[in-house]
Design a protein around this ligand. Structure first.
Ligand code: ZN
Length: 136
């Protein structure tokens, strides 16, 4: 079920910021507006979004790039997990899919994993907008 194609780096990042709206990968919830997150390299083991049932250890993915967001209030929609160690995990506020990112307590700086969000929806270009240059 690939609803969107792999997006190249330059499709995701522009001037060091997220180029597009960031959405939850499975629902229409908008997480971040364009140019709010700052692209950075990072290194963090983030729990996988789906864990095997009955697994003794939490499975993680190594996240090597992120969008930094200064303040939780800069998000359009986001949910936060309970504090785990010194992390709070970011989830979709609508469907609770996650973690899509993390926050290191007590810092307000948040990190979004680009690989766990959708970068823009298919652009809807309002073709009905007529620019009538010949209007008198
Ligand atoms: Zn969602």
């Amino acid at each position: 079920m690939e609803a969107w194609v792999l997006i190249m780096d330059d499709e995701r990042v522009e001037d060091g910021k997220n180029k597009k709206d960031l959405f939850c990968t499975i629902c229409p919830s908008k997480i971040l507006l364009p140019r709010v997150g700052t692209y950075a390299k990072c290194e963090n083991n983030l729990p996988k979004m789906t864990q095997k049932k009955g697994a003794e250890e939490v499975e993680t993915d190594l996240i090597t790039e992120c969008f930094q967001v200064k303040d939780p209030f800069d998000f359009e929609n986001v949910g936060f997990s309970k504090v785990v160690g010194n992390f709070k995990y970011l989830t979709c506020s609508d469907c609770e899919l996650g973690p899509i990112g993390w926050q290191i307590i007590p810092d307000s700086l948040c990190y979004i994993a680009p690989s766990r969000v959708r970068h823009g929806l298919d652009p809807i270009i309002p073709s009905s907008i007529d620019v009538d240059e010949n209007a008198n």
